[in-house]
Write a protein that binds this ligand. Structure first.
Ligand code: NAD
Length: 296
């Protein structure tokens, strides 16, 4: 049994913490929201009113927070994790944030004598609840080896992506690809319909041809071919457009910093920005199939 401080018990953090509890770990939970703390306590965690209290006696610290600035404050602030964690504790940030901040925070952690990994996830709230998240991990081999055991109860897959920040890099590249492929699949159905192709017929062909991809065969944006996809429940998320846009914004920031050429990523970013601006941020991102005329 390990004592784990878990900071950020929101949509993702709470079910992740529950899986750590189910694996027999002791969880010391901290969140600014009283409701989140209450839910964590009901699940069997020790609710801690302050960050310092959560860190007390914890040999692992996991954070699941909203943004880069929040992560930097929680780690590097005067009463933050680097100042207050037990010596030798392993630090794991599973939030999705920008690569630059992830590397800056990891360098500060290292200077403070801590092993740290960035370990953002793919799989959403359902993957968090089922303990089947994919973790993309950046950090030293030593830090990764320590983190792997801790992450296991929450994960279906844990991949070492390289040094600090590379987990975040993998996450934003993957989600930029997802946005592009989803728009591509939506355009193919749209043109197929205009040419008189039935959705199911096109699906049966493309799913077994070179157009096959996850956006088509696991998350099909038209109702019918893949019964579990959000298209079959009026595009309730799933993966909300606002969350996709957050990841695309991070990708475009990284494009700005690196000068990498991503013309399709930039266009997907423009389309998802328009979808959110038109009031559809809460809709699943595959719902873009019904917006193409208006925003394309
Ligand atoms: P959320 O807003 O539901 O949870 C964040 C929690 O952090 C909230 O409970 C909030 O009160 C708490 N918090 C904020 N500032 C804090 C502070 N200073 N100290 C302590 N607690 C603080 O967000 P979420 O949906 O759980 O997402 C968390 C992270 O996971 C984000 O970075 C998100 O991009 C990423 N992510 C989310 C999903 C998803 O489907 N929701 C999927 C993959 C990755």
């Amino acid at each position: 049994m390990t004592t784990i401080a878990f900071i950020g018990l929101g949509h993702m953090g709470l079910p992740m913490a529950k899986n750590l509890l189910a694996a027999g770990h002791a969880v010391r939970a901290h969140d600014l929201s009283a409701d989140a703390l209450e839910a964590a306590s009901a699940a069997g965690a020790t609710a801690c009113g302050s960050l310092g209290e959560a860190l007390s006696g914890a040999s692992v610290v996991i954070t699941m927070l909203t943004s880069g600035p929040v992560v930097e404050t929680v780690y590097c602030g005067p009463e933050g994790i680097i100042a207050g964690a037990a010596p030798g504790a392993l630090l794991v940030d599973s939030s999705t944030i920008d690569v630059k901040t992830a590397r800056r925070v990891a360098a500060a952690a290292e200077a403070g004598g801590f092993d740290m990994v960035d370990a953002p996830v793919s799989g959403g709230v359902s993957g968090a609840a089922a303990g089947t998240l994919a973790f993309m991990v950046g950090g030293s081999q030593t830090a990764f080896d320590r983190a792997e055991t801790v992450l296991e109860p929450m994960a279906a897959k844990i991949v070492h992506a390289g040094g600090s920040g590379n987990g975040q890099a993998a996450k934003i590249c993957n989600n930029m690809l997802l946005a592009i492929s989803m728009v591509g699949v939506c355009e193919a159905f749209t043109l197929g319909r205009a040419l008189g192709l039935e959705d199911q017929t096109f699906y049966d062909i493309a799913a077994n041809a070179s157009g096959q991809c996850w956006s088509l065969t696991s998350y099909c944006p038209v109702p019918g071919p893949v019964p579990s996809s959000p298209a079959n429940r009026a595009y309730q998320p799933g993966f909300a457009t606002a969350l996709m846009l957050k990841d695309l914004n991070l990708a475009m920031d990284a494009v700005g910093e690196t000068g990498a050429a991503t013309p399709l990523g930039a266009h997907a970013h423009k389309l998802y920005t328009a979808m959110a601006d038109n009031g559809h941020g809460d809709m699943d991102f595959s719902g873009i199939i019904n917006m193409l005329k208006e925003i394309g």
